[in-house]
Design a protein around this ligand. Sequence first.
Ligand SMILES: *Cc1c(COP(=O)(O)O)cnc(C)c1O
Length: 220
Amino acid sequence: MSICESIGLIKSRLPKGVRLVAVSKYKSVETIHEAWACGQRIFGENKVQELATKAGLLPEDIEWHFIGHLQTNKVRQLVPHVSLIQSVDSFRLLQEINKEALRIGKVVKCLLQFHIAEEETKFGLSLSEAELIFSLDEFHKLQNISIFGVMGMATFTDDEAQIRKEFSHLQTIFTDLKARYFGNSEDFKELSMGMTDDYLIALEYGATLVRIGTAIFGSR
Ligand SMILES: *Cc1c(COP(=O)(O)O)cnc(C)c1O
């Protein structure tokens, strides 16, 4: 299947209002341009340098989402190019993003990444860590970031019941945070979950953004 056909097939399976993030990490500028030419506009990258380089070489109407682990010392390089940082996992990082966004006069959209998988290796906050962040006065003073929702990755497993449990957990976190902290926010609306092997399941639990690489571009 061509890139265009793959994108078309995936999009035909997404309910109205759900958006596709084409995960283009390790893929060439030419390959990404091919997906752009078939109408794809949101791309996800997990390395700051790679995102910045590609953003400089590809059309301006692309929305770049950062989906990898972010270090504070890379924030300055990322902020000018990024339209959504999906992987915020500490208050320190929010402060740094806010500082750089303020410096260049931008409001940066962020998702909080939650640790929902069994694997220790995956990054992300727990619910109590997020509650701690929201309890800080300093958090509410950050004017140049906006929290758009949450992101998570399920365990890499064939056990569908396990995956369902984890997506259901993230959906609960999303609903709970929205009710308790973001009732007045129009921004807090994104539930980013689901990849090549599990996005159809994620849709059942209310995903609004799915992040798909392999099913579009082939294996890496
Ligand atoms: C690589 C990656 C994806 C895409 O994974 P595929 O299985 O290739 O669809 C999605 N989300 C994150 C955070 C990733 O790092």
